[in-house]
Design a protein around this ligand. Structure first.
Ligand SMILES: [Zn+2]
Length: 477
């Protein structure tokens, strides 16, 4: 006799207001960067600003691990840090992918701040660079640093809201209140050897033949970020001469070269991710900045924290359903990181688990079972449907002609072969019903439930291995 299961599920909408737990005084987004103060070795950097130099480049994939420092009083002041860590992974990828640079989420863990009897607060709040350095060395010796990842430490309770980073390095810290916003992108960019665009001594000229040209060795040592003496003023903890409505600059400043040229500062300079017009920063990075990152990677400095492009096709959490002996398939949901445009396209192979990344022998079609935007904010829906392969729009100048559709998951134990939808016309479980039969394509449609009108339904799915799954679903308005 075939097994029959009956599940009751109620689908309804709830509005949950965003609840923020944080102390006051965390709005000041200043950044502290600890530079190594070394000049570039001759020959390491090209100072190029030309996208053409990225033709045929190798993709670069960084592992990133997140740590949330817990308050010693045991309270959870920042309950969204796991989600916010994923948000910052998305931000990093959205900014860097077009330069062939990727970031792979390697998890989030809470760690308890140790008691620090000699500290005025008694625990790590990272209000000074020396306490940040002490925290990193404590984390390193206690197993809270992944030597194969960039490490982001999310702290709280500090009297400021920004971040701290070494440059170059594989560690940074950000205030938990800002973990999901662009401050994390900014601090990791410091780790990747990008300085602030502000500089007290960088001259405005971009003509290498001009006697005052110093863009390759002053300031951020990037030629296509315009010279500026900074937008943020610590005297007022604010930006000056910037229109907050559109982030345009209206000040007049001259550089300190003998010809005292005026800075020409445009919107694009104000919003640069490494600018200090905090509050105006956007997902904006110049080609010269990206080339500088890539050339620093070429020195081998980050070798231990790099991975390969195949890792982007692996879930960061959740498991694949493999066999009906595991129980209900609905308990299995591999999750993929946000920040990419995904298309899960119909594929065919004998693949109860996804095929290996390097095996491209499966067949696939243009029929898309699930499409995810890189701006998707509901991370629970970024999963790998059965009978599909993963296409990631890598946007890269490096691998433009490669096959981006990989890892066919085609598990016939999992996939219903057909089924039906029964509508209870009176809204109660009685015999007044309308039954719609569904073929293989119909019953596997990811929007099957979403497309139903409000009402009470029974959804029946018939599996290849003989299992029949019945769900009673009340679809509200
Ligand atoms: Zn900074």
């Amino acid at each position: 006799m075939k097994p029959t299961k009956l599940f009751f599920r109620l689908l309804f909408c709830t509005f949950i207001g965003n609840v923020f737990f944080m102390n006051a005084q965390q709005t000041n987004p200043e950044c502290v960067v600890i530079e190594n103060n070394q000049t570039d070795p001759v020959g390491t950097f090209s100072y190029s600003t030309d996208m053409e130099t990225l033709n045929n480049c190798d993709p670069i994939v960084f592992n990133v691990k997140f740590w949330g420092i817990k308050h010693p009083d045991g309270n959870v002041y920042f309950p969204n840090r796991y989600h916010d860590a994923l948000q910052s992974i998305a931000n990093l990828n959205i900014l860097y992918n077009k330069f062939g640079i990727y970031f792979k989420f390697r998890g989030y863990d809470d760690i308890q701040s140790p008691a620090l009897p000699n500290d005025p607060d008694g625990y790590f709040v990272l209000q000074t660079t020396s306490q940040y350095s002490a925290m990193v060395s404590w984390a390193t010796t206690n197993g809270y640093k992944d030597v194969n990842s960039l490490n982001v430490y999310a702290f709280g309770w500090a009297p400021w809201g920004g971040g701290i980073a070494n440059m170059p390095s594989t560690t940074c810290a950000v205030n938990s209140a800002g973990l999901g916003n662009l401050i994390t992108t900014h601090e990791i960019s410091h780790n990747l050897y990008l300085g602030h665009t502000r500089s007290a001594n960088e001259h405005t000229t971009r003509d290498p033949l001009n006697q005052y040209f110093n863009a390759t060795f002053a300031g951020d040592q990037v030629v296509d970020t315009a010279a500026n003496i900074g937008f943020y003023h610590s005297s007022c903890s604010c930006t000056l001469y910037i229109d907050p409505t559109d982030c345009t600059y209206f000040g007049t400043e001259t550089d300190n070269s003998p010809d005292h040229k005026e800075y020409e500062i445009y919107h694009i300079d104000v919003i640069n991710i490494m600018g200090d017009a905090y509050g105006c920063s956007e997902q904006s990075l110049t080609t010269g900045q990206a080339i500088r990152v890539r050339e620093k990677v070429d020195t081998g400095f980050y070798d231990a924290v790099l991975t390969d492009i195949a890792s982007l096709y692996e879930p960061y959490d959740g498991e694949y359903f493999y066999s009906s002996s595991q129980g209900s398939p609905s308990n299995y949901k591999p999750l993929f990181q946000p920040g990419f445009d995904y298309r899960f396209v119909e594929c065919n192979c004998d693949c109860p688990l996804p095929s290996d990344y390097y095996d491209t022998s499966f067949s696939y079609t243009n029929n898309t079972l699930l499409t995810i935007s890189k701006y998707e904010t509901d991370y629970s829906i970024i999963t790998h449907p059965n009978h599909s392969a993963i296409h990631i729009d890598l946007l890269s100048p490096c691998i433009a002609s490669g096959q981006n559709t990989r890892r066919c998951y085609d598990n016939y134990n999992r996939r219903p072969k057909d089924g039906s939808i029964t509508l209870f016309n009176d809204g109660v479980l009685n015999g007044n019903v309308t039954v719609t039969q569904k073929d293989s394509l119909g019953i596997n449609q990811p929007t099957l439930i979403e497309d139903l009108n409000p009402g009470l339904y029974k959804v029946e799915k018939n599996y290849e291995d003989g299992e029949i799954e019945q769900d009673i679903i009340f679809k509200g308005n």
